[in-house]
Ligand binder design. Structure first.
Ligand SMILES: NC(=O)C1=CN([C@@H]2O[C@H](COP(=O)(O)OP(=O)(O)OC[C@H]3O[C@@H](n4cnc5c(N)ncnc54)[C@H](OP(=O)(O)O)[C@@H]3O)[C@@H](O)[C@H]2O)C=CC1
Ligand SMILES: O=C(O)C1=N[C@H](C(=O)O)C[C@H](O)C1
Length: 275
């Protein structure tokens, strides 16, 4: 059997916390080739991304220009993939650019609005280009969300608490938003009021998502990424919790997504859809 050409991968946000993990994972994957590393952090421009990520020289310099790196990826035999772990402010434009060049985006960056997501879905559909938007690449979170869906058949009261490191730009987390959406999609309204409530300090009761699912966000140094979904009923509390202790936990999901996106022709939102 003829072996396939490796999948060319461009990592955007390559010198960041997640970007470095992706660089190491892609460099170690036999069916992938790290083609480009893009980042705006001026400290690392021109330096070898393998040395920055800590896996030894890869002869791939950090560049600041996404467009020219995408053009380079269009010249490979196999269709290229862009993995994006940048910033909520830039992710929409990055994904539009990649799709415009026929490069398939695998997006971990959170903070896209519902409208932006819909617009990207329409754009990917028109271009017949696969695109994966994955708010959380860890298998543990998919399992937590599935358990939450099951529990919500029996519980009418639920609140989500997400806890993250204090370098996180967006709140609530993309994962908490997705979890709340998954519960809301079941069609029932949660948390029927028991008393007339007032907030003595604005925000004390958290954010109200669709179908009255509440989300609370905590930011502290010392945390990485954690989420609780707490169900309540008279006389009992059922708590689901996921804790991240190393960003390596996201890499099996990232590698799977790189492989899967090459087979897609439209946008898919959520890891659970490709498992
Ligand atoms: N889906 C998932 O499973 C996960 C998602 N995330 C999400 O991924 C994103 C990144 O997280 P994290 O790695 O912790 O963040 P970091 O801040 O550590 O890394 C982001 C990197 O991207 C760079 N950057 C910012 N804007 C651009 C741009 N326009 N083009 C290229 N590079 C850019 C930053 O440079 P500079 O520092 O100079 O700004 C930085 O080096 C966040 O949205 C986070 O929520 C995180 C973990 C898991
Ligand atoms: O910023 C992070 O760290 C994380 N972001 C994602 C999110 O917003 O849900 C995924 C994970 O929680 C880590």
């Amino acid at each position: 059997m003829a072996s396939q050409d490796p999948i060319p991968v461009v990592v955007n946000g390559a010198t960041g916390k997640m970007g470095c993990e992706v660089v190491k994972a892609v460099a170690a994957a036999e069916d992938m080739m790290l083609l480009g590393a893009v980042d705006l952090n001026p400290e690392y421009l021109g330096r070898d991304i393998g040395e920055i990520a800590g896996c030894g020289a890869l002869e791939v310099p950090v560049l600041s220009e996404l467009q020219s790196t995408l053009v380079m990826a269009t010249q490979e035999k196999q269709q290229g993939v862009m993995v994006d772990f940048t910033h909520p402010k830039s992710v929409y434009d990055n994904v539009r650019s990649a799709i415009a060049y026929g490069i398939r985006p695998v997006v971990g960056t959170t903070g896209l609005s519902g409208e932006q997501l819909q617009d990207l879905a329409d754009f990917a559909q028109k271009a017949s280009t696969g695109c994966l938007i994955i708010p959380n690449f860890s298998i543990g979170m998919v399992l937590l969300q599935q358990a939450a869906i099951r529990a919500s058949q029996y519980f009418d009261h639920v609140e989500i608490i997400e806890l993250h490191h204090d370098r996180k730009a967006d709140a609530p987390s993309g994962t908490a938003i997705k979890t709340a959406q998954m519960l809301a999609e079941l069609g029932k309204t949660f948390n029927p009021p028991q008393v007339k409530e007032t907030e003595e300090l604005t925000g004390a009761r958290g954010a109200l998502a669709d179908r009255d699912v509440r989300i609370h966000s905590i930011r502290l140094p010392g945390l990485i990424a954690h989420q609780e979904v707490i169900f309540g009923a008279p006389g009992q509390i059922y708590t689901l919790r996921h804790d991240t202790s190393d960003r390596a936990c996201y890499m099996p999901g990232v590698l799977l997504s790189i492989r899967k996106v090459t087979q897609l022709k439209s946008l898919v939102y959520g890891l659970e859809k490709i498992l």
